[in-house]
Structure formats: structure tokens, C-alpha cells
Design a protein around this ligand. Sequence first.
Ligand SMILES: Cc1ncc(COP(=O)(O)O)c(C=O)c1O
Length: 446
Amino acid sequence: MDTPICDFIKEYEAKGTSRLHMPGHKGVPFLGCENRDITEICGADELYEAEGIIAASEKNANALFGFGRTIYGTEGSSQCIRTMLFLALQERKNRTERPVILAARNAHKAFLYSCALLDVDVEWLFPEGAKSLCACPITAEQVAEGLKKSSAFAVYITAPDYLGGSPDIKGIAVACRAAGVPLLVDNAHGAYLKFLHPSKHPLDLGAAMSCDSAHKTLPVLTGGAYLHLSAEWAERVGRQAKKAMELFGSTSPSYLILQSLDLCNRYLAEGYREKLQWTIGQIGHLRGQLKKQGWTVMMDSDPLKLTIFTGEKGYRGREVAEVLRAHEVECEFADLDAVVLMATPENTERDFQRIEKALERLPQKEKIEPSQMPQILPKQKMRIREAIFGRWEEISCEEAVGRICASPCVSCPPAIPIAASGEEITAELLPLFRAYGIEKIEVVKE
Ligand SMILES: Cc1ncc(COP(=O)(O)O)c(C=O)c1O
């Protein structure tokens, strides 16, 4: 597979042209990568009006993923989430009432910011007996029920979630189709799912659009992302999609990230599926070993995640993260109950051995009960946009009881709101804030 963006920049670099254009480093190596960092010069195409090398590279990505349309983003899934919402909003049937979206509560804060920017209201979907902040196993029936009662223009879910779990995307997609609304999936953690046998990518399971952070699970520089549109949605909004991305992006997209996305096409086309299977095998083996050591491991997480619930063995998730750190292993996320490790084919056997060795040394201690910190749904007292864009002040969580949340209250990761903008802070939320190390929150100024 060719790499038109990388090839153009290599040639430009080789010519030694005097750079009387931006960026100001002029290709001089300060960090080391500046020689390959250009801007939209003659021949370099334009990300949001692509007709040349960027269009050719996106065509390669489109061929690899095989959906209706695949568009590059250089500002993460965050930019793609705003775009998905914007496109779905443009197509909504009901234009007389305020726009409402039905969303699973474990949404990333980027979703709330998108709702604020687009002035969209949210009706939250909560699972029965919610047990954790990160997981939100809503059912297709719940979505169908929710859609019957609501005039929502779209349904929004996060899959895979931060622990690697996923609701029944196929069933939810069927419910959405029956109600005539698009299913939008935050697939930030699942760009690689397309390359499993069979594909578990949300668009292959019936979603209308998804955002994939290429940088989270593929060898792409931070910021690299895909916006995928199904064939139907490419037909409906494909022409506006680039303009919509531009609305939410910088006019100076990074060519380093574009080269990285470009090169990733070749990587995916040449032996990636085999490498992925090797890594999944390694993680599967490690899961087995850890189970033998007495750890509770999530067996049905997305295959590149290793999620360990640590209480049975007598540890807090964050304690285990410290132990791993002491053995030169840095995890993705840890809270009171779990530690989450994310691997890709770029990890080596040594990495997996370090995890096994670090954890086998830990003796069994007295079991710790799970913190049982389910999400709580506070009362919505103000519109999201009003709460985020209004005047606010930062106060302690205790003082905030009875006040209205301005910016979403999150710890990052997982950046999932404990209280969302516009909701009333109640005393019930205090243990959750404490568990996630949140001491101060921004509330609407009275
Ligand atoms: C579930 C989820 N969605 C969206 C995002 C935002 O993605 P990005 O950092 O690519 O903008 C993140 C980032 O961590 C995430 O975890």
C-alpha cells in the first residue's frame, strides 16, 4: 500500500528547499522531528478540502476499513465526537423541539463538551443495578424503550468502555434502526476491532458513525483519529463531513500526525492481523497465568485490554498499579477496584513477563469487598450549555452540595462525569468524588 503523504514530505525534505513558510522552526531539528513537520504548502493538499495526497491516503484507509467513508482527524476522537453529533443533528427530523440525544451515562467528557457546543440536551441511559463508573451495560430493550418515550435524534454509546466491556451493539443498532435514528459509537478504544476475525468494529455491527482514536490502539501519534461513516450515512452526510470536522479543528492540522496515519495504512495492510493475533494470544496466556495466581481477571473485555479486579486478592487497584510501577510497568488506569493495562503488537514478551512476575510476588491478603461505587443520576437543574458557558466558581465538594455543576466532575482517566454540567450536586455523590480523588469542583456562580 502506498504512503502518499509520507512520500511527498520525504521528497520535500530531500530537496532542501528554503522554507520561507510556516512553521517557524524551518525544519531545523529542535525536538528532532521538525524536518518532517510542514504546513499546507503547494502540493501538500488541505485536510479539510482534500483532493491530492491526503485524499489518496484517506482512500487507502477507506479501502482498509471498508465502510462508507473514513476521514482523518488530527485532534483525536474529541473532534470526531463533535462532528458525529453535528452531522446527526443536521439530519434530525424533529426541528421544532429542542434537540435531545439518548446516551449511555459512561460517556467521556468530550461528549458533554460537544453537547454544550451544539446546545443539545441529554437523556441518560443507565444500566440495571449499575456497579461501576466506567461500565454501562445497557440493553437493546432499554434503548428501544427509551426511544419510544423520547424524541431523541440519535443514540450515543461508548464501546469498548474503559474496562474493555461493551453493550450489545448489534441489538442496540437494530433498536435504533427500527426507530429511525442513527447509532453513534464512541469507539475511541477500538480502532483495531476491524481487524479481528470476524470484525467487531461497531460499524460492522450496525452503527451509523463512530469515532476511533487511531492513537490509542494503533501505532499512530497522539491526536490521530478516524471518523467512520456507514454507507448509508456517507450517502446522507458524506459531503458535509469534512466541513463539519473543520468547524471543530485547527486550521493548521499536524502533518506529523497525518504522516503517522498515512504510514499506519501500510502497517495495517501488511501483516497486522497476524501480529494482532499474536498479541491477543499473549494477553490470553497472561490472563490464564494471573487467574492461576488467584487474580480476578475480566475474561470478556476487549481483547487488547487486561482488566484485573484486585479486591479478591486483598489489594486496591491503585496499590497494584504502584507495584507494577515499581517493576517498570505503567498501567493505563487504576481505581479502588481494578487496574487496566492496554497492550498492542508493539508490546514485547518482556512486557508481559514483567506483569506476570510483578503480580506473582504479591501474597494473598484478606479479601477487600468491591467499593460498589455505582453511578448516581443527579437531577438536571440547568441546560448543559448554560451551565458550562455561564459564570462559575471552584469550591470544595462538601461546599458544593446543593449547587449546580458547571464543568463535568471527572478524574482523568477515565474522564467519565460523576456529575455532569447542569446537574445538582448532592451529598450522595461525595463518596464517589472521594474515591476518584476529586476535592474541588466548578459550580455555577449564583
Ligand atoms: C472513551 C473515550 N472517548 C473519547 C476520548 C477522547 O479521545 P481523544 O483523546 O482521542 O480525543 C477518550 C480519551 O481518553 C476516551 O477514553
